[in-house]
Design a protein around this ligand. Structure first.
Ligand SMILES: Nc1ncnc2c1ncn2[C@@H]1O[C@H](COP(=O)(O)OP(=O)(O)OP(=O)(O)O)[C@@H](O)[C@H]1O
Ligand SMILES: [Mg+2]
Length: 312
């Protein structure tokens, strides 16, 4: 029994500019914008939503199966890492003469960010089919190519596999008709507060309209925690105070690994949301989306310390 994680595998190249972007961009000259920033610090992280979500779910002791496309030019490092973590990758397709997706993220001293994302092999994620995976009982459609997200959602529904729709950064590339159709097919929708507003605007449906079309709609609110709409009621999920705040990239994905774990195990929404919230809070104490290393017992101990009861 596996949970199928459809989405991107990507390298995140994170650079810090030791100045302020605004001092180098002249507002009256933006029609001839030509800027170059010297970034002395750079590090490369394993990222991409599918990789991040599968990583969290594996730490929790589940059996995630990744469905993604990567490029042969630079994928080997990532494939070796998945093997070393024992995360199954039989549905990761390696495309020849192509780069793996990568984000170049430059942050300045005021936390402003300029990001360039090269999708590379991710653009062909629709080459994978849900039916390629065996013994799947739950799935997630996380950010991927537009065609990949759309087709995988339809294939999950055709196969009668409940799935979560997590459009995140992929929200702008889906049009109104696609979004409405995917929501109608999905069992769960999970977005952050900004994405919830955008999803509402693009579909013309209110949050309640969307929530009524799924079993649960989960909206994360950063340091304010989350809310879960389920069966005409709204559950507020508290934030778990972070050990330290280092870097937020991947908090949303860590949160989703907790959601999927709770759904897999049939936990109630209150507990599922709290576990998800704990995962987001654990992640924020580390640089990079997949560098937190707590094992299952440590996570369960932290849960008990935060909420005064234990999960199985
Ligand atoms: N400062 C924080 N302290 C503790 N937990 C946090 C903090 N920020 C985020 N979290 C946890 O992570 C969850 C997801 O965060 P958020 O709503 O920022 O997602 P996001 O915007 O999708 O993030 P990203 O896409 O950058 O990973 C929150 O609901 C919360 O549980
Ligand atoms: Mg997010």
């Amino acid at each position: 029994m596996a949970t199928l994680i459809c989405g991107s595998l990507a390298y995140d190249n994170i650079m810090t500019f030791e100045g302020h972007f605004r001092e180098h961009i002249l507002p009256d000259q933006i029609h001839i914008l030509n800027v170059s920033f010297l970034v002395p610090s750079m590090h490369r992280e394993f990222g991409g939503c599918a990789g991040n979500i599968a990583y969290g779910l594996k730490l929790l002791g589940s059996d995630p199966l990744i469905m993604a496309t990567v490029g042969a030019i630079d994928a080997q490092n990532y494939l070796d890492r998945l093997d070393s973590l024992s995360i199954r990758r039989e549905c990761v397709r390696v495309l020849p003469d192509t780069h793996t997706a990568q984000a170049m993220i430059t942050t300045d001293q005021e936390n402003n960010q300029i990001t360039v994302f090269h999708p590379g092999a991710m653009l062909l994620s629709h080459l994978n089919h849900i039916s390629d995976a065996q013994n799947v009982t739950l799935g997630i459609v996380a950010p991927d190519s537009a065609q990949g997200m759309y087709e995988h959602a339809k294939q999950f529904a055709q196969a009668n596999i409940p799935f979560m729709f997590d459009p995140s950064q992929g929200l702008p590339i889906l049009d109104c008709a696609q979004l409405c159709q995917i929501i109608e097919l999905a069992t769960y929708v999970s977005v952050n507060a900004f994405e919830a507003k955008l999803l509402s605007k693009k579909t013309g449906w209110s949050i309640t309209d969307i929530a009524q079309r799924v079993d649960a709609m989960i909206i994360t609110r950063g340091a304010q925690g989350a809310v879960i709409y389920h069966c005409d009621s709204v559950e507020t999920i508290p934030v778990v105070p972070a050990e330290r705040i280092v870097e937020p990239t991947g908090c949303g994905d860590a949160f989703r690994s907790g959601l999927l774990y709770g759904i897999e195990k049939g936990l109630d929404w209150s507990t599922t949301g709290r576990l998800a919230s704990l995962m987001g809070s654990i992640k924020i104490a580390y640089q990079g989306p997949q560098t937190y290393t707590l094992n299952r017992t440590e996570i369960i101990d932290r849960f008990e310390a935060a909420f005064d009861y234990r999960i199985a």
